[in-house]
Each structure stands twice: as structure tokens, then as C-alpha cells.
Design a protein around this ligand. Structure first.
Ligand code: NDP
Ligand code: 8X3
Length: 252
């Protein structure tokens, strides 16, 4: 029997690749995000590529009521979620702190921190009841080091790092695994969102070296969810070979 994985932010990038990879490896997937048409496209693509079942939930992780309503709407056969991938997230803007845009800060904090908490708060109790489950939080190298102009984004990812550690301690007695996967630069819609639709700026971020792709992180998710019952991968940092950390990368 397939296991069930719920992936937040499956309309694009890492989340989309993760949904495809898990569905090809004995998972039925609940795919979520705000852009409903992209979830429909993904469902079609997964159906062509695998025999796993797919369920769509269309919600904004920043809205606690929407989160609760969406998860409550799951049909009985989808309610026992084995794996939660807290992936939805974004960076908005890149500014020195004194020039920061308050609305950008709020979008990042509300999505990356509060959204992750709302989804976890809704799904973890059932895992606790069943004494079974695995929560994977997508952090970042930005959660390990702060970089210039990254202030609030780095802050949200440092929060994800700390929340992950706390969650692992709290859920230990309930036999629930908690893993953080912390990628370096991955070519997705991430920079397009950060630079508010400026394609040239976004593309320039990945010029001159080979970055990671969504599939590379999806493979890491697959690795951690396929370890034996007694093994929990706590924390992974994954960068492109061309990148050492937030500060050092070599160009071709
Ligand atoms: P993308 O922009 O390609 O994907 C982000 C996903 O998050 C989309 O599916 C988007 O869906 C979803 N999302 C954003 N806001 C919300 C919201 N309010 N409610 C629900 N879903 C939301 O970026 P990535 O795939 O790169 O990012 C995925 C995660 O990986 C993020 O947490 C990011 O911080 C992290 N990360 C990314 C790195 C990179 O270099 N790309 C490196 C390290 C970590 P929709 O817009 O349809 O709602
Ligand atoms: C995304 C990686 O270096 O752009 O989390 O912050 S970075």
C-alpha cells in the first residue's frame, strides 16, 4: 500500500519536483498551493508518469482558517498523512535593513514561519495519535548563515532551523521523525519572486555556474523518507558543487 505525503508549495520548484518524485516511489500525494491551475497541470503530469493517487488542496498557508478548512476537507482515505513536507516559502526583496519594505517582511514571516506552523499544528496531532509520521521542513543555507541584505529572509530560515529542532524534541516520544533539509541555491521561481517578476535579475543569480535543481532536493526528500524505521536524518545541508556556503561560489 502506498504511503501518503502532503507537500506544501507544490505548484513550482522544489515542491513540484518532490511531488513528482514521491508519486513515482510508492506515495500518494496531496499537492497544495495557491495557484489552482498549476495544481491541475501537475495532477495531469503525475497521472501520466505514475500510478500514485493525487489529491489537490488549494489554500494559502498564511491564512489559518483556510489551512484548517482545507485539511478538514480531506476525505477519510487521505487523512492519515505519513509524510508532511513543509516547503511553501519565499524571499521577497533584497535590501539593507534600513531600506527594508515592511510588506515584504510580513509576507516572508507570515509564509515561512507562521504558515509552516499553521500546517504543522493541523497535521501533527493525527500523527501523534497514530504514533507515526515524518515531518520534513525545507530550511536553507540562509538558516545557517546570514548574508548582506538577506536579514529578514535569513531570520525566517533561522526560525525554521530552531523550530525544527524544537519539534524533533517534542515529537520524539511520539515516534515522529523530524528532518530539516537546507538547500543552497536552487534554480526555481525563487529569484523571480524575490525580485518581484524581474526576469533578467532573477536569471542573473544562476549565471556562470551550475546551481541545484528542484529534482536534487526532491531526491534528498526521497532519501530521508526511505530510511528504515530506526533511522532519522536530522539535518541536511545541500549545495551545488560550485557553492561552498552563502558567501563562496566559483564561476565556470
Ligand atoms: P518557488 O517559488 O519555485 O516555489 C515556492 C512554492 O511555495 C510555490 O509552490 C508557491 O505556490 C508556494 N507558496 C508561496 N507562498 C505561499 C503561500 N502563501 N501559500 C501557499 N503556498 C505558497 O521556490 P522554491 O521551490 O525554490 O522554494 C521552496 C522552498 O525552498 C521555500 O521554502 C524556499 O525558501 C526554500 N529554499 C529555496 C532555495 C532556492 O535557492 N530556490 C534554497 C533554499 C531554500 P503558490 O505561489 O502557487 O502558492
Ligand atoms: C535560498 C538560498 O542563498 O538565496 O534560501 O538565500 S539563498
Amino acid at each position: 500500500m502506498n504511503r501518503i505525503a502532503l507537500i506544501t508549495g507544490a505548484t513550482s520548484g522544489i515542491g513540484r519536483a518532490t511531488a513528482i518524485t514521491l508519486s513515482q516511489n510508492n506515495f500518494d500525494v496531496i499537492i497544495t498551493g495557491r495557484r489552482k491551475e498549476l495544481l491541475d497541470d501537475l495532477k495531469k503530469e503525475i497521472k501520466e508518469k505514475s500510478s500514485g493517487k493525487i489529491h489537490i488542496l488549494n489554500f494559502d498557508v498564511r491564512n489559518q482558517e483556510e489551512v484548517d478548512k482545507a485539511i478538514d476537507s480531506l476525505p477519510e482515505e487521505w487523512q492519515d498523512i505519513d509524510v508532511l513536507v513543509n516547503n511553501a516559502g519565499l524571499a521577497v526583496g533584497l535590501n539593507h535593513i534600513q531600506e527594508g519594505v515592511i510588506d515584504d517582511w510580513e509576507r516572508m514571516i507570515d509564509t515561512n514561519v507562521k504558515g509552516l506552523l499553521y500546517v504543522t499544528r493541523k497535521i501533527a496531532p493525527r500523527m501523534v495519535e497514530k504514533k507515526h509520521g515524518h515531518i520534513i521542513n525545507i530550511g536553507s543555507t540562509a538558516g545557517k548563515e546570514a548574508y548582506e541584505k538577506g536579514n529578514v529572509y535569513c531570520g525566517t530560515k533561522h526560525a525554521v532551523d530552531a523550530i525544527t529542532k524544537g519539534m524533533r524534541i517534542d515529537l520524539l516520544q511520539h515516534k515522529i521523525k523530524v528532518t530539516a533539509i537546507n538547500p543552497g541555491m536552487v534554480e526555481t521561481e525563487f529569484s523571480l519572486v524575490r525580485f518581484k517578476g524581474d526576469k533578467d535579475k532573477a536569471e542573473s543569480v544562476y549565471k556562470g555556474f551550475t546551481p541545484l535543481y528542484g529534482k536534487d532536493i526532491a531526491d534528498a526528500v526521497l532519501y530521508v523518507v526511505t530510511r528504515p524505521e530506526h533511522v532519522c536524518v536530522n539535518d541536511m545541508i545541500i549545495t551545488a558543487t560550485a557553492q561552498a556556503n552563502s558567501f563562496f561560489k566559483v564561476l565556470d
